[in-house]
Design a protein around this ligand. Sequence first.
Ligand SMILES: Nc1ncnc2c1ncn2[C@@H]1O[C@H](COP(=O)(O)OP(=O)(O)OP(=O)(O)O)[C@@H](O)[C@H]1O
Ligand SMILES: [Mg+2]
Length: 687
Amino acid sequence: MDIIKGIYENIFSHKNTEIPFSDLDFALFKGHSGSGKSSIFDIMCWVLFGETARKKYKSILRDIPDKPKTGKGTVDVVMDDGKKYTVTRKVGRGKGLWIYEDGAEKPISFRTSTQTQQFIEKLLGMNFKTFLNIAYFSQGDVGKFLTSESSERIKVISDLLDFEQVDDMISKNKKDVENISNKIENFKGQLVVLRGKIDGIDVKRMQREKNMKIAASDKTVEDLVVVSQYLDGIKIKNEITDDIQNLKKSHNNQLTNAKHSLAQIKSTIDSLKNKKDMTPELKEKIKVCQEKLIGYDDVRKNLNKLRDEVSEGYGELAKHENKLETLKENKKTYEDILKMEGCECPTCRNIVTKKNLQHIKQKIDEISKQIDKAVIRYNEKNEQLKNKINAREIADKNMEALNRVKAYETDLKNKLKQEENRHERISESVIQYNQFKDSSKKQLDEIKKNIVRLNHDLSYYKDYKLTDLKEYQEKYNKLESLRISIEKDVALLKFQIQDYYDSVKRLKQVEDGMKVYEDEYKIIMYWKDALPKIKIEMIDSIIPFVESETNKYLSQILSGKMIKFMVDPDKATNKLDLFIYDYENGIERIFEGWSGGEKDKMTLSVYLALNKLASLRSGKRVNFLILDEKFSTLGDESKNIFDMLRNEYGDRKIWMISHVKEIDSEFKEIVNVKKINNISNVQISYN
Ligand SMILES: Nc1ncnc2c1ncn2[C@@H]1O[C@H](COP(=O)(O)OP(=O)(O)OP(=O)(O)O)[C@@H](O)[C@H]1O
Ligand SMILES: [Mg+2]
């Protein structure tokens, strides 16, 4: 990895800063305290990893003198494969992270910033922690490694050696041990249950018992066949006997019915015969009636004639009455004219005169005479009619009397007819009775014969033991329930035997399964012991390298001093102790006991050794080394330090922040950082 360029806008104290890192081979970053030197590298870290070496800060967005809305950092970086990328990170409005391939307008697309970050770290080949241990020795952690707890040192080296994988393996191994132990315990439990079950079973005895039961069941089935055959015989005979009894019953019914029918016919005949014969008496009465009815037609004719004459008489009388009325009206008309002297005659339209009246009087006399005659005629006719009516009434009465006789005769005739019918029916019933009697007799004889035969049949079947039915049925039921109970026993035995063999099979499976896990258990237990040792072994083998590297650097900048690294010889503890010797004077002193300059040199030597270890371990080449305030005091030996750095780091870039004066000439480039109006400004000069 090589950093080419950094452009910072409104981050920390930098408003608009561009650092051309590709131009800086061996550069000194200098300036007053708070001018913005450390920020240059912290912003680089923030752009690439989203974190800074200083763990806490109030705001990454520039907060003085004005407060912009957005801060942005852009870093151009060349990866190990030679490809150039631009990484841009923004804070505030529109915050986010983007990575562009060289020259591309659009960033490589990811769904989330986390994914983009992962992609960048994959390209860089390291995370922030590794970056801090390999490339960026940040301000403030002077002597950290040398002064920290012995176990902390192991942790630093562990991180450099990427022990995370080993730790993962250890925790996975722990889980595996737990899992497999549980499984083995589970298998053991199953084995105890299965063995307990199998040990308590005498399977051979169960087999024998099962065979005996099967034989007993077969025997019961045979017995059942015999009994059921006998039972079937009895049942058939019972059915036949029932049929005969029913037949007999029906025959007896027929007999009874036939007798009953005959008795009914007989009683009908008797009831018909029991009545008195009325025929002669009725005939006599009819004869008397007929004698009385001689001349019936003449009486009726005479009556009809009289009726006609009466109605004619009424007609004639009415005519005479009309005539009389007409005459009376005429007379009245003339009498009225008499009173109309000097008036117009209503009939002739002449004026009535006295002379005329004479004529009218004569007319009135004429009419009066006619009226007298008409009255006499009317009275005569009236008398005649009365006589006729009397005659007709007498005739009517005669006719009525005769009609009654006639009705009586009709009644008698009907009765006679009924009587004749009765006689007819008696003779018919007698014939029917005789016929029925004959046929019934034949039928009855037949039925009687049948009954005799059925009785015979019945006596034949009585020879069979019908009473056995109940006994045999009970026998059958007992045998059947015996057979069922034996079969149940057999089924249970079969199940138990099968269960036994299943358990044996299962036992074998469990034993095999457990064996697999036991073998696996041995392996993971081996790893359980081995994995922590791997870490110690690795540290153990790496420590001489770190030690010799440290002393190699140290010997170039601080003669006669040596740092000894000591791990626990028994490898029982994760401890790494340091002893610092002044071997020229033969003394050993703790780190804090040395001067500031000595401490700085020791620290630098250890960092360079660790840096080398990390570079070798990760296989990543970092093309620069950032040293922020690693030397508070640099005396005459400063030349040695720079010579050593040039020797050891000649092929890489060195960017060093320092307050120390008079070392400018050692560097090829001087980066002057100044703060004007709270804003950092950068100027580069070249030696
Ligand atoms: N958000 C911010 N906006 C503006 N300035 C800030 C912000 N955060 C911190 N600063 C200031 O930026 C300045 C630069 O700090 P930096 O650590 O880079 O200084 P330095 O040059 O490394 O100083 P020294 O030599 O003391 O280490 C400091 O004065 C600090 O207070
Ligand atoms: Mg600083």
